[in-house]
Write a protein that binds this ligand. Structure first.
Ligand SMILES: [Zn+2]
Length: 285
């Protein structure tokens, strides 16, 4: 509790707030990519292949396209369409209201967008589930994912986790196969540039840097840059909020703070839900 107070004071005393959100934020809010029990129940075929969580599907390479898209269709429907905007995100929005803040997230679930965050304040560094792109380089068109996902979902053979080849998503213009766009979508570079500009602007004052639920899946996106920004600014206070994934065999949080920035930093080895709900109560009471 004392450390949450320290965080709230730092927020209150800072001109700017920089917030980095990783999978641990969505996990605390209700979307877990590390939940192996739920994964085993939903994707027994993948479990038998040795894939034990949604995380592990990202690095798995031995898919047939038919199985890859059967997985995407089910997973994206669940995460992106069937999951409503989550309370923890709307609380975070209320909490940050009134500050000049900027968010960088590795989450692809679009919870910031769906919870009503002003998207000029959010940089989705890994893109999102919302766009597909044509694999034909001469065409290179992009398409909203939703219609394609909805068309594939009823075709999924649950026992084999596969879809008929005829239902693989294809470009309506050139007929080539589509793939998930992630970072390769229109507007990505503008959002990245906008984020960089804000960082530059924030050098003019004091800044509270808050990292929530960022592990070691892609430390180069948020974790390492945040440590560097902290180390490079005298007027920076850094807070690392992370907790181990209790249901995972391999996800670990590492709440430690590197020695060179230890004096400016506080580690809160707490569930993001506890921290955000507490801050939200203080702000709204
Ligand atoms: Zn095309």
């Amino acid at each position: 509790m004392e450390r949450i107070k320290t965080l709230y004071q730092a927020m209150t005393n800072s001109d700017y707030i920089l917030l980095g959100a990783g999978a641990g934020l969505s996990a605390a809010a209700g979307i877990s990519f590390a939940d192996e029990k739920a994964f085993k129940a939903q994707f027994p075929v993948l479990w038998q292949k040795g894939i034990h969580s949604d995380y592990q599907t990202f690095s798995y390479k031995a898919w047939s396209l038919e199985q890859r898209w059967a997985y995407w269709a089910k997973h994206i429907t669940q995460v992106r369409y069937n999951t409503p905007p989550l309370t923890l995100y709307t609380q975070l929005l209320t909490l940050l209201n009134g500050w000049d803040y900027q968010i960088i997230t590795s989450n692809v679930d679009r919870q910031f967008y769906r919870s009503g965050f002003p998207m000029e304040r959010v940089f989705e560094a890994q893109g999102s589930y919302d766009w597909l792109r044509c694999t034909n380089e001469n065409c290179d068109r992009q398409w909203a994912a939703e219609d394609f996902i909805k068309r594939m979902l009823p075709q999924v053979d649950e026992a084999q986790l596969t879809i008929p080849t005829d239902y693989l998503p294809r470009c309506p213009v050139c007929g080539a196969l589509l793939e998930m766009a992630f970072r390769h979508h229109d507007g990505y570079h503008e959002a990245q540039e906008n984020y960089r500009q804000w960082l530059k602007k924030s050098e003019s004052g004091s800044i509270c840097i808050i990292e929530i639920g960022v592990g070691f899946n892609s430390p180069g996106v948020i974790r390492v840059p945040f440590e560097r920004i902290t180390g490079g600014r005298v007027q920076a206070k850094f807070f690392r909020i992370t907790v181990d994934y209790p249901n995972s065999e391999e996800e670990i949080a590492y709440p430690e703070i590197p020695q060179p920035i230890a004096k400016q930093s506080t580690s809160l080895n707490l569930d993001a839900r506890v921290v955000i709900e507490t801050l939200f109560k203080w702000k709204t009471s």
